[in-house]
Design a binder for this molecule. Sequence first.
Ligand SMILES: [Zn+2]
Ligand SMILES: [Zn+2]
Length: 429
Amino acid sequence: MASQIPALPQSFAPGTDSVFSDQSGFYSLDANVPGLSKVILNKLNMTDYGEYRAALEGKAKGIQFQNYKELFQKMEETFKFCTSCNKLPEHLTEGQTLKRCVKCLNVYYCTKDCQKKDWPQHKKVCKMLRLVAVDRLVEWLMFAGDLPISTEKWSKPTAEVRNWDNWLPMQVDLSPRLDTIISGSNMSTLWKNATRPRPDDTDLKESLWRIQSEFLSRVLTVGMAVQQYSLNPYAKPLTIHLAGASHNETMGARLTDFDELNKMFPEHQGIEIVMVGPEVVNSPIMRPPLTAFGPRKRVYISAYKGLYHQFWEDVLEKGKAAKPDLVVGFHPGFHANQGLVEGWLPTLLLLRDYDIPSFFTMYSELELKYSLQILLELEMHIKDSGPNPFASQKPEQVQACPNKTPVYCNSHYIRFQGLLPQEEPVPDL
Ligand SMILES: [Zn+2]
Ligand SMILES: [Zn+2]
């Protein structure tokens, strides 16, 4: 039996052959701005990629900062390079400094000329990048405990809540709750130490909502997949696997992270969420999956660190986990490079051959297009695909290419199950 967790690379070497999506992310950083991945590791007080992973997993001395000012400064410095010519701070000549665009306070230029040259592209995203930079800081409140805010009971039948516009009016207390965070002590700590002035309260409120929407997007997307497959959580307990779960879903995860499903399906028979992926990091949800029916009216979350097909062989097939009614994958990213496709291939074939209802999300329409191509090559039966009505509202900058159109978590989805049915040959006359 192969080891469940692929070995960590010993030193930082960007590559396209890794099952760790953040390592290939590092690779794409370097492809655009040579040396940027090294800068990020330096700012985080790390020497190589292995240490970065160890820190994400809470094992290493890793990310330790003297104070918040240092934390926010280091974070900001990872964005410091000339957006026009890609020069990093160490490539500047004496007396030269990188200067920020005064409008977005997000991108840098080495000279006025570089800025001028870049403006035709940058002006299309400058406004949006201002929001991105604010969100990047406000997101810290997720780790400080102010977010996510609790939500209210659903006042409408689940079938009538099809998008954010249907969901939001049910949250009558949302605004005062956001106000409490805005006047809270974490918020003032943040802006006392941040690398930009405090935005006004309206801006902050919108930013808090965008970050909350990213968190909720995951739960509501899972609920939507349950409905689209006509799975009935009132008839029997449901087991849902999140294949390829990463640090995005598991860092600082709480046992209550999917409780919105209790509001979506009140009085359900029990919903189990198992997060499985090589990038799963330690948190209270790191516990074995259920083998018997879960507690009614409750969502039970557990996590397993390893590739999904290995989890299937080592845990599920040995009777230590229930077979899934649904498998969801948030941004599997297998369109990005060969290594990721190879990492995902056994899982994709397993999902296909066991005829598992599957639902994967993507960051953009382009990613959707490439992912569809790969799934079609595997002769998957695509049931449906398109924009996700519960996409995250928080724009995300493509770090090494700030002028690229920002992307959104769960912005698109593909629903697929089993093998593509063979065309019946036309019978002879
Ligand atoms: Zn430049
Ligand atoms: Zn700008």
